[in-house]
Design a protein around this ligand. Structure first.
Ligand SMILES: [Zn+2]
Length: 161
């Protein structure tokens, strides 16, 4: 799961092309369009990224684990996730964007695991898995990032484990 793959998922979400329930229901008669975890609730993009309680939990965990300056609350809508509409400080926008690319990828993994995978990840394990992924992903990010050192430092100042 390289950085490109995470960017791909985020890109697909932004362009509304992820195979979520609502989309699948259009192409397959056996799909009911519901979220695999919430019976009777259509799996819209908004539900997937922002409203679904597991997604909320992932955003809360990510924002708690990373101490962001200024006590920024987790995103509360699709617009805040994709456009960072609540982040006005230009200096921290790249860092927040990376965090959101990462968060969406995690939500995506949980969805695909439970929809098509052989086992559903137990919800109790989420805080631990999230933390491990986050540590690994940030480590890879800092080592491979091409940006200049000044930019790296300014991002690191805002994201501290
Ligand atoms: Zn749901």
């Amino acid at each position: 799961m390289g950085r490109e793959q995470k960017m791909d998922i985020f890109w697909c979400l932004t362009h509304r092309t992820l195979p979520l329930g609502c989309k699948l229901a259009h192409v397959s008669p056996t799909e009911n369009g519901e979220c695999p975890h919430c019976q009777g609730t259509p799996q819209t993009i908004e539900h997937f990224a922002s409203e679904y309680n597991l997604s909320r939990r992932i955003w809360n965990i990510l924002y708690t684990r990373i101490s962001l300056s200024g006590n920024i609350p987790p995103p509360n809508s699709l617009d805040e996730i994709l456009q960072l509409s609540n982040i006005t400080e230009p200096k921290i926008r790249p860092a927040i964007r990376r965090l959101h690319v990462f968060g969406i990828y995690e939500i995506w993994l949980y969805y695909t695991q439970s929809k098509w995978g052989s086992s559903v990840i137990p919800e109790l394990a989420i805080p631990f898995i999230t933390r491990n992924w986050l540590v690994k992903a940030l480590g890879i990010l800092w080592r491979t990032e091409q940006g200049n050192n000044k930019e790296k430092r300014s991002i690191l100042e805002h994201i501290n484990m």
